[in-house]
Design a protein around this ligand. Structure first.
Ligand code: BTN
Length: 331
């Protein structure tokens, strides 16, 4: 932890004023250095009061996804605890994470932005999100499992984000194959995983997550209003983006550690429990055309098993689920 973060944490946890002298002593720095750090924190958007003879008192934190905010009371062992690269604006956190991965950046490094100017979605689409309404972040992973298991990672991430949303808001977001999150038939979260390989093994995976949190309906472009939603739209109240970011890191780390140690069985069970795809008749768009059938199961590799109209079954490895029968589903 930097001196600045230590000062911030001490002030946050204090129930009363903390003198500059005490903070300086605690850190082995001068009172002037403490006062400089407090000024920097105020410049970043924190509100820390200072008063002669009393010292400093924490007032409020900015609604920003600053590293100091993500790490405050973060429960994880690794993810988010080390390097966090924070951007007010950048083209895409996935692109930044991929570049960093190629220059040797370690597992667990987090790339987070208030706003992306070129947010990328699956299959070459764009991911649109207004600044500071939601979460846009990418986590750099260097998994030890086999490339064949890579298709399971997006499913794992979808389960973890759904669990985090439920822990924070009480709302159960469903997972749509392979890894969209849906509430009330509308999309709330998209996940983009991109991997690099080293001969036969995985070099890195960038896991990108875009979650609509406080987006008001009118902030969605017209063409998305029927198919997208945000947590605030569903709960009727704004949610703290920082709390959600911490919860996602926590749930993801648990599931990821479990999968690395024991395999993906538990993830697949959880995915099936949260699925809004299984049991429905679905249409899947692939590069070669569309397929329609009843979604019956998920294979140990994460492929969707369809019962086709001619009675045969087919496992679908990739594609876009563009339509499903069933009440309330819009995507
Ligand atoms: C999709 O549903 O098509 C996937 C959307 C993924 C969006 C996230 S936002 C953070 C990360 N950076 C990107 O450019 N994309 C992902």
């Amino acid at each position: 932890m930097t001196n600045r973060e230590t000062i911030l944490t001490a002030l946050r946890l204090a129930t009363d004023w903390l003198t500059g002298e005490r903070l300086a002593e605690q850190l082995g720095i001068s009172r002037m250095a403490v006062s400089k750090q407090v000024a920097t924190l105020n410049g970043m958007g924190y509100r820390i009061e200072s008063a002669h003879r009393k010292g400093y008192r924490f007032h409020s934190a900015p609604d920003l996804l600053l590293p100091e905010e993500i790490r405050f009371q973060l429960q994880t062992e690794r993810f988010g605890q080390e390097e966090i690269h924070y951007f007010g604006e950048l083209p895409s956190t996935n692109t930044a994470a991929k570049e960093a991965a190629l220059s040797g950046c370690p597992e667990g490094t987090l790339f987070i932005a208030e706003h992306q100017t070129n947010g990328r979605g699956r299959r070459g689409r764009t991911w649109l999100a207004e600044a500071s309404h939601g979460l846009c972040f990418s986590l750099l992973l260097r998994p030890v499992f086999s490339p064949r298991q890579l298709t399971l990672l997006p499913l794992l991430a979808a389960v973890a984000v759904s669990e985090a949303i439920e822990n924070v808001s009480g709302i159960r977001a469903e997972v749509k194959w392979p890894n969209d999150l849906i509430i009330g038939g509308k999309k709330i979260c998209g996940i983009l995983t991109e991997a690099g390989f080293d001969l036969e093994s995985i070099d890195y995976v960038v896991l990108g997550i875009g979650l609509n949190i406080n987006t008001p309906a009118q902030a969605f472009p017209l063409e998305l209003r029927e198919i997208a939603t945000s947590l605030a739209m569903e709960t009727g109240a704004p949610l703290d983006r920082r709390v959600l970011a911490r919860a996602i890191l926590d749930c993801f780390e648990r599931r990821y550690t479990q999968a690395c140690a024991e395999g993906f069985d538990a993830v697949l069970d959880a995915w099936c429990e949260r699925s809004c795809t299984l049991g429905r008749t679905v249409t899947i768009r692939q590069e070669t055309g569309t397929l329609q059938g009843r979604a019956e199961a998920i294979t140990p590799e994460g492929a969707l098993v369809l019962r086709l109209p001619n009675g045969s079954s087919q496992a679908v490895v990739s594609g876009d689920l563009i339509q499903s029968s069933g009440k309330g589903l819009k995507v």
